[in-house]
Write a protein of this length. Structure first.
Length: 223
């Protein structure tokens, strides 16, 4: 099977130590960082040293791993105000948020999603959407799917599972959509899932993904 060399990790760019979920997420991020380093898998992330992103990148470096950060220009100065930090040599400055998202997606062999804010939620929907549309238009791309592993710390992503189930119930998404991601309770389970995917391949979508209207269009076009 394909050897995963780079894993993108999405999580918050800030941390509030008075918020128990942020503390729990930081603990899980450290486990993820150590696990990637031990597996010699490079971390791909949003760059910089602040917040939970700084926690996971520091954990990778502390355990001898490699990181690849994609940082927006406006965050450079705020990071530099904190003084020198080991992440700086690995930052790649990109001009805008869309370039950062596309770079992280194309450079990653798979993804871990941990709790964050609106930006993290948007990034999750972005990579789900990319993979959904990838199989929507061409079922031959199903074998190229990248694993998306969602770490549901303190039930943070219950909303996402409910949203996907609702779309399926309303026939706005194919039942096959649930194969695009895996929701796990903690970082150790996430790493075990990644090992499983590496040994066996990601869940294979059995048919092209699309809503009912899209499926009808494809059948009509080919008839």
């Amino acid at each position: 099977m394909k050897r995963y060399q780079k894993i993108g990790v999405y999580l918050g760019s800030s941390i509030n130590f008075e918020n128990p979920q942020d503390v729990h997420t930081a603990e899980q991020a450290i486990i993820i960082g150590q696990g990637l380093a031990e597996r010699q898998i490079r971390l791909v992330y949003g760059g910089g040293s602040r917040g939970l992103m700084g926690v996971v990148s520091k954990a990778v470096l502390d355990h001898g791993g490699e990181i690849e950060g994609y940082l927006l220009p406006e965050f450079i100065q705020s990071d530099d105000e904190d003084g020198d930090y080991p992440q700086r040599p690995f930052d790649r400055v990109v001009p805008d948020i869309n370039t950062r998202k596309d770079s992280m997606y194309t450079q990653s062999d798979g993804f871990f999603i941990l709790p964050g804010g609106i930006g993290t939620d948007e990034e999750l929907m972005d990579i789900i959407g990319k993979q959904y549309l990838q199989t929507y238009w061409d079922e031959n791309h199903a074998e190229d799917l990248k694993p998306i592993i969602i770490v549901n710390v303190d039930g943070h992503y219950e909303w996402f599972a409910a949203r996907i189930n609702d779309l399926i119930h309303r026939r706005k998404a194919s039942p096959e959509a649930v194969k695009l991601f895996k929701i796990v309770p903690d970082a150790k389970t996430a790493l075990a899932a990644l090992d499983h995917y590496e040994a066996n391949g990601p869940e294979i979508v059995a048919e092209p993904i699309g809503n009912v209207y899209g499926s009808i269009k494809r059948k009509s076009k080919g008839s």
